[in-house]
Every structure is written in structure tokens, then in C-alpha cells.
Design a protein around this ligand. Structure first.
Ligand code: FES
Ligand code: FE2
Length: 370
């Protein structure tokens, strides 16, 4: 599958262009149908995709199901400190095995009651297991490479991605002291937005729109003028969203945190589709995946330190995130409409502290796409 000619030439242009003259991508980058299969295979299936949080499945046997790129998956805790991601497709005749979430010692297919252990090994296949030539070893559920990063569960579906750690060299220095692994989910949800996935990821990760779009929500806390980009790595970019002097929230910090860390939200983008705003006592994150040229799925959540739950502030945090997500959604639907125009074109990007993360992302795309 070929990329649209103008996208290809622009990706080449981006490799050569200096950081001081950044430009946005042409509309074809966000709407051409030929982009989608290339992105899905090269970036998502061959990369690392976040499925949720380890704290959503705290006990052995806890599981939840999720679909990614039409792949039904089971995310479960097999041991105290081990999480597995299995194909949720029965090895008998292809039924989906589980739905929703729950806790179980074994996963039993509702169609003919084949059952599997937590590692995906076939335990029983009624009436078939005594048949001549039956080989239960050929009936194990496929399992996928996983990596846990500060409590977030990542999966690589093709088995071909470079090691997760090699993609994020340097990033932990900015994130470590927030101890996001100690935070827990307030309430994950999955939404479909009629929008190209890149528009949402870019929007989440640039501070240029904070003041104009989030005038009454985020601006009083993290105004555009206080954004400060960090250097990008192979598989990530990010910026520090410093708090305004007058903002007095986010007090339930971790003792490891420096004074600077206590006064900013760390904005992190692990390519292709994981974005997070990690604040001293909570974090908002989204795992964004494409479902079509103009449609995306986002599994998103707010996670928080125990003290936030104890102070009865957890629901408030979730509502706050819903409010600014709504503001973003309205603007982004306008963007999607605008990109359809025959007069839409490449634009001038703001300086690195405000839109440099978007520019970093284009470089990642230029390196990864054929
Ligand atoms: S399809 Fe699952 S037991 Fe038959
Ligand atoms: Fe926003």
C-alpha cells in the first residue's frame, strides 16, 4: 500500500527541515485511506499499545476484555506480579471466549465449553479430548509480549517491536518520582470519536491550545506560556506543563518528588498512541488507536494516589477530565471538518515549547513509514 504522494514528499521534507521552521502536515496525512493500513501495521501492530492499568486487575484470575484492531484480547493477572495478554478467540471453532470483566480460575468458551487456564493452556475439550490424533498442545491460546511501565500495561501484537525499554531511554528520569505505579484507576472508559487518531494525540500533547481552548478549566492551572518541552527520545516526546503561581492544588505529592516536580504536570507521549498528563497526585491518560481514517477509539482514565480517594476528590478529578475532554472534542471536530476543505494546507507551527512535541511526532512518522 502506497502513502499519498504529497505525504511521502512532506515526510522527506520533515527529515531535512530545521527545527526553527516547523510546518504542520498536509490534510492527506489525516484523511487519506491509504494511510490507515500502513499506520496500523507499521506503528501499532509492530509497536507498543497501552491496554490499561495493572491496578484494574489486582487479584490473580482478574481479567478484562478489550478489542484492538479487530483482535479480541483478554488481559489477566496470572500471578501476583504477572500480567498476560491472550487472544480471546477459542481454538475450537473461533468463538469469542470472554466478554466484559471478572475473576475466574479458568476461561471457558460458552459455545462448546472448551476451557483454558490463565496462561491460555487448554484444560478440557469435552468429548474431543479422547479423540484419536487430538493434540491439546496445538490448542493453546496465543499470548502476546507485554510490558508494564509504572502500572500501565503495554502489548506488542506482532512480537516484532523493539524492546519497550529501548524506546523510552531517558524518559523515566522525568516520570520516576511521580510513582504512577502507586496510583489506581478511578474509572476507565472506551469512547469512539469521529476523528483521525493523530489529531487527538497531537492535541493532547501540545500546550499551545491550553489557554485559548481551556480558558476556565486548564488555563488557570497550566497556561500555555509556562509549557517547557523536554528533548524527545526514539519512541517518545513530552513537555513540562508548569503550574501557574496562583494554582494551589495537587497537594498529595510523593516524598520522592522534587520541588519542581511538585509544581508541574509531566506530559508524556509514547508513540504511537499513548498520551498521559502525570501530575503530582493523579494522572489522565489515553490510549488512542485508529478504527478508520476518520474514526478512533480512545480508552482513557484518570488514576490517582490513595490520598485523593481518601479526600473524596476522585470523582471530582474524573469530572474535571471529562470537562476538558469535551472542550477538546468540540475543537477537534472543527479541525476534522476543516481538513476536508480543498483549501486546507500546511501551517506554521508554534515554537518548540508549545508545539515541538507535534514536530517530534512527525519525525517519528518520517522514520517509521515506508
Ligand atoms: S468454539 Fe469454543 S468450544 Fe467450540
Ligand atoms: Fe486540550
Amino acid at each position: 500500500m502506497n502513502l499519498p504522494a504529497d505525504t511521502k514528499s512532506v515526510l522527506n521534507d520533515i527529515k531535512k527541515r530545521s527545527e526553527s521552521t516547523p510546518r504542520s502536515m498536509p490534510p492527506s496525512f489525516y484523511k487519506d485511506e491509504n494511510m490507515l493500513p500502513v499506520e496500523v501495521e507499521q506503528l501499532f501492530i509492530n509497536g507498543w499499545v497501552c491496554l490499561g492499568r495493572a491496578d484494574e486487575i489486582p487479584n490473580i484470575g482478574d481479567y478484562y476484555t478489550i478489542d484492538m484492531f479487530d483482535e479480541p484480547l483478554i488481559v489477566s493477572r496470572t500471578k501476583k506480579s504477572q500480567i498476560s495478554v491472550l487472544s480471546n478467540v477459542c481454538r475450537h471453532r473461533g468463538s469469542q471466549i470472554l466478554t466484559g470483566k471478572g475473576n475466574s480460575k479458568r476461561f471457558t468458551c460458552p459455545y462448546h465449553r472448551w476451557s483454558y487456564d490463565l496462561e491460555g493452556k487448554l484444560l478440557a475439550a469435552p468429548l474431543v479430548d479422547k479423540s484419536e490424533g487430538f493434540d491439546r498442545n496445538q490448542c493453546k491460546l496465543p499470548s502476546f509480549r507485554t510490558h508494564e511501565w509504572w502500572g500501565w500495561i503495554f502489548v506488542n501484537l506482532s512480537g516484532k517491536a523493539d524492546d519497550f525499554e529501548s524506546q523510552i531511554v531517558g524518559l523515566d528520569d522525568y516520570v520516576r518520582n511521580y510513582h504512577a505505579e502507586e496510583m489506581r484507576s478511578i474509572g476507565a472508559s472506551t469512547e469512539q470519536w469521529p476523528l483521525n487518531w493523530k489529531c487527538l494525540a497531537e492535541n493532547f500533547m501540545e500546550g499551545y491550545h491550553l489557554t485559548p481552548v481551556h480558558r476556565d478549566t486548564l488555563h488557570p492551572m497550566t497556561p500555555t506560556r509556562l509549557c517547557e518541552k523536554i528533548p524527545a527520545g526514539i519512541g517518545y516526546t513530552g513537555y513540562k506543563s508548569h503550574y501557574s503561581q496562583s494554582f494551589k492544588g495537587r497537594t498529595q505529592t510523593h516524598p520522592d518528588m522534587t520541588a519542581e516536580e511538585c509544581s508541574l504536570s509531566m506530559m508524556v507521549w509514547i508513540y504511537p498512541g499513548f498520551v498521559a498528563a502525570i501530575s503530582p497526585n493523579s494522572a489522565v491518560y489515553m490510549s488512542i488507536t485508529p478504527t478508520g481514517p476518520a474514526s478512533l477509539q480512545t480508552r482513557w482514565d484518570v488514576i490517582a494516589r490513595e490520598a485523593v480517594f481518601e479526600a473524596d476528590e476522585a470523582q471530582e478529578r474524573l469530572e474535571f477530565a471529562r470537562a476538558f475532554n469535551k472542550e477538546d472534542r468540540e475543537r477537534l471536530l472543527d479541525v476534522q471538518r476543516g481538513l476536508a476543505s480543498r483549501f486546507a494546507t500546511r501551517g506554521f507551527l508554534a515554537p518548540p515549547d508549545y508545539e515541538g512535541t507535534v514536530w517530534d511526532f512527525y519525525h517519528y512518522m518520517a522514520d517509521r513509514l515506508p
